[in-house]
Design a protein around this ligand. Structure first.
Ligand code: A2P
Length: 311
């Protein structure tokens, strides 16, 4: 069975989940079915990915075929920035599209709020962020059982700290970019000290995305370790994250890659080799440039403000 990490909510999150961001319509349903068949039990979704209905349909087929039961799956979704004033309604929308009765984890997608009907993130689209109000509504979702755990995504140390100063229910997870090229050297020790689990998005560096200006899978440390451990570069990158105690969300729509991306539990990177990873010069790939606008109601006027200088 797939190893899990224990969360402060008491729930246990499967170490590997299928990422569905940028999975094309028509492909994502197939990827979900294939993934579950080869052993994935964790699917990472979001309203913003615009494919929850197709994911939900694929899950329904899997239930009907008797391949998996709802209670054996871990399903995550995320509150989009336009829905901060309608948290419960947004959660119910995701549950309806995913046809899953409840979510295992519901995350605040970004520490940003947009107008209800905003289609993009232009200067006129932002509204001030009221994280206190948003989080109180997230806590209600938790108390009602519609979300078994609640958490955040793309929150820095400072933004997490501020949330912890007023929350009743602590976030169980902070889902952020994390891979050997961006190891979250500032955020990770902080989350660890606060008992908040880190889930890594873009764990193999999202190499096909325009923002990925350096290919993680081609880093000399990665290719060297791939040769040494006789594993693929993707497996090395994923295993590095697992050994830090982070769950990972590799995305693929290819059957062979889906299968190999969960074959991570029959080898171990040595302490000595982990030290090599620690020497890699750090570079954030996903800079969130749509999430800050100068000269607007946006809470962040610069990329430094969005990430509190951690870039
Ligand atoms: P594809 O979906 O065509 O398989 P991330 O999860 O970091 O966002 O990275 C996803 C990207 O990495 C996608 O372009 C995906 O392509 C590709 N990818 C997924 N698994 C592997 C693998 N095992 N080896 C190389 N590339 C992979």
């Amino acid at each position: 069975a797939m190893p899990r990490f224990k969360l402060n909510s008491g729930a246990s999150i499967p170490a590997v989940g299928l990422g569905t961001w940028q999975s094309e319509p028509g492909l994502v349903g197939k990827a979900v079915k294939e993934a579950v068949k080869v052993g994935y039990r964790h699917i990472d979704c979001a309203k913003a990915y615009k494919n929850e209905k197709e994911v939900g349909d694929a899950l329904q087929e899997l239930y009907k075929e008797g391949i998996v039961k709802r209670e054996d799956l871990w399903i995550t979704s995320k509150l989009w920035c336009t829905d901060h004033n309608d948290v419960e309604e947004a959660l119910k929308g995701s549950i309806e599209r995913l046809q899953c009765e409840y979510l295992d984890l519901y995350l605040v997608h970004w520490p940003c709020a947009l107008k209800k009907d905003a289609e993009g993130t232009g200067p006129e689209d932002f509204v001030p962020l009221n994280i206190k109000g948003t989080w109180a509504a997230m806590e209600k979702c938790y108390e009602s059982g519609l979300a078994k755990s609640i958490g955040i995504s793309n929150f820095t140390v400072e933004k997490t700290k501020s949330l912890l100063s007023h929350c009743k229910v602590r976030p169980a997870v902070n889902q952020v970019e994390c891979h050997p090229l961006w190891q979250q050297k500032k955020l990770w020790p902080y989350l660890k000290s606060e008992g908040i689990h880190l889930t890594a998005y873009s764990p193999i560096g999202s190499s096909n995305s325009p923002f990925a200006d350096i290919n993680v899978l081609e880093l000399p440390t990665i290719t060297k370790m791939a040769e040494k451990y006789k594993r693929s570069p993707a497996q090395i990158a994923l295993r590095w994250n697992i050994q830090q105690g982070h769950s990972v969300l590799p995305k693929s729509t290819h059957a062979d890659r889906l299968a190999s991306n969960i074959e991570l539990f029959d080898f171990e990177i040595s302490e000595e080799d982990l030290d090599e990873f620690a020497k890699i010069e750090q570079h954030r790939l996903l800079r969130g440039d749509e999430m800050w606008v100068n000269d607007s109601t946006s809470p962040y006027k610069t990329v430094e403000e969005l990430w509190d200088g951690d870039i």
